[in-house]
Design a protein around this ligand. Structure first.
Ligand code: SF4
Ligand code: SF4
Length: 303
C-alpha cells in the first residue's frame, strides 16, 4: 500500500488519448497520473496505521474475473501513467501472476508504468511471477516495514525474500525497488472499533498535507475512488460498529465507469473536498512498531 505515500503531489496531467477501436462511441480516454487496485484485502503483517486499514485483519480476495471486468471498463476511459497491483498483500492472491498479464493487456501502452507492490514475504509461492514481470515490463516494489532494531525477527524473515527478489532482478532483468517504510504518517486515530477520523476542521490543509500523496486513486468495487482511506472505509464499517463521525465519509460516492467525459475529467481534477476533513491537517511522522505484533496488541494498546 505504500506506493501512494511516496507519490508526488503533482497536479493531474490530462492529455487526450485515442480510444481503442472497440471503445463504444469512440470516447476519448484521458491520461491520469496513477491508479491502484487491491486484489485482496488480506495481509500477513499488521503495520500500525496502515492507510488501507489492512492491519485491522479484513478478509476478502477479489476473483480474477471481477478484476478483469473492472479493468476492462476503466481501460476504455483512462490511461494511467503508473498502475500498481497491491493489497493487502498481493502475494496472498493465488492468481497474482495472471493478474500481472491481465493488467498489461488492458494498458499495453509503454507509457503506463506497471508495478506489483508487496511486502515480499511470500514471493516464493509465485515461481512464475518473475517471467510475467519480465514479459510485461512490470516492476517489483518491495516495502520493508521495520528495522532490525525494532523487530529482529521480521528482519530475519526478510532475508530470504530479498535474496530471491535480487536473484529475479539479475536472472529476468526485472526492475526491482526495495524501500524501507518504517516511518510514516497516521491518517486516523485509534484501532478497530475505536477508530476515529481526525477533526481538525480544515479540509484544504488536510489535502495540502495529504497522507497518501494526493494521487492514490483506487479501482474498487468497479468504481474509481479518490484515495485508499475512502475506498476501504466500507471494509471498516462492515467489520466494526464505527462511530457516527464516519458517516459523512461513508457517504462519499466514487466515480462510475459509465460517467460522462466531463465527469471523468472533473473527477481527476478535483483537489480538496469536504471528505479530506477526515485526515489530519498537520500529519505527524511516527516510527511504526513491529509489523509482526498480534492484533490483540492494538486492541489493548491505544495508538
Ligand atoms: S504490509 Fe503493512 S502497510 Fe502493507 S498492506 Fe499489509 S499491513 Fe498494510
Ligand atoms: S481524504 Fe483527501 S486528504 Fe485524506 S487521503 Fe484522501 S485525498 Fe488525501
Amino acid at each position: 500500500m505504500v506506493i501512494a505515500i511516496r507519490a508526488l503531489a503533482a497536479r493531474v496531467l490530462r492529455r487526450p488519448f485515442r480510444a481503442p477501436p472497440e471503445a463504444p462511441g469512440g470516447a476519448t480516454r484521458i491520461a491520469v497520473p496513477h491508479l491502484e487496485i487491491h486484489i485482496t484485502h488480506e495481509c500477513n503483517l499488521t503495520c500500525d496505521g496502515c492507510l488501507y486499514y489492512t492491519n485491522h485483519r479484513h478478509t476478502g480476495t477479489i476473483p480474477i474475473e471481477e478484476l478483469r471486468t473492472a479493468l476492462a471498463k476503466w481501460s476504455r476511459r483512462v490511461v494511467p501513467k503508473s498502475f500498481a497491483i497491491l493489497g493487502g498483500e498481493p502475494c496472498l492472491h493465488r492468481d497474482l501472476t495472471d493478474i500481472v498479464y491481465l493488467a498489461r493487456e488492458q494498458w499495453p501502452e509503454p507509457a503506463t508504468k506497471m508495478e506489483v507492490v508487496t511486502n515480499g514475504l511470500l514471493l516464493h509461492v509465485h515461481p512464475e511471477l518473475p517471467k510475467a514481470l519480465s514479459a510485461t515490463k512490470t516492476g517489483l516494489y518491495i516495502s520493508v516495514h521495520s528495522t532490525a532494531a525494532i523487530s529482529p525477527r521480521y528482519h530475519e524473515m526478510m532475508v530470504r525474500p530479498l535474496d530471491l527478489a535480487r536473484r529475479w532482478e539479475k536472472e529476468y532483468g526485472i526492475e526491482l525497488e526495495i524501500a524501507e517504510q518504517s516511518d510514516w504518517y497516521r491518517g486516523y486515530k485509534g484501532h478497530g472499533p475505536d477508530v476515529e477520523p481526525f477533526e481538525d476542521g480544515d479540509s484544504q490543509k488536510s489535502w495540502d498535507n495529504c497522507v497518501t500523496g494526493q494521487q492514490c486513486f483506487q479501482i474498487s468495487e468497479g468504481r474509481v475512488w479518490k484515495c485508499a482511506p475512502l475506498a476501504y472505509l466500507g471494509l471498516q464499517a462492515r467489520a466494526f460498529a464505527l462511530s457516527e463521525k464516519w458517516q459523512p465519509y461513508l457517504d462519499y460516492r466514487a466515480l462510475e465507469p459509465e460517467c460522462t467525459d466531463a465527469e471523468l475529467a472533473a473527477f481527476f481534477e478535483k483537489t480538496a473536498e469536504p471528505v479530506c476533513g477526515m485526515c489530519p491537517s498537520n500529519p505527524q511522522p511516527f516510527t511504526k512498531g513491529d509489523p509482526l505484533l498480534p492484533l490483540t496488541f492494538y486492541k489493548t494498546t491505544p495508538t
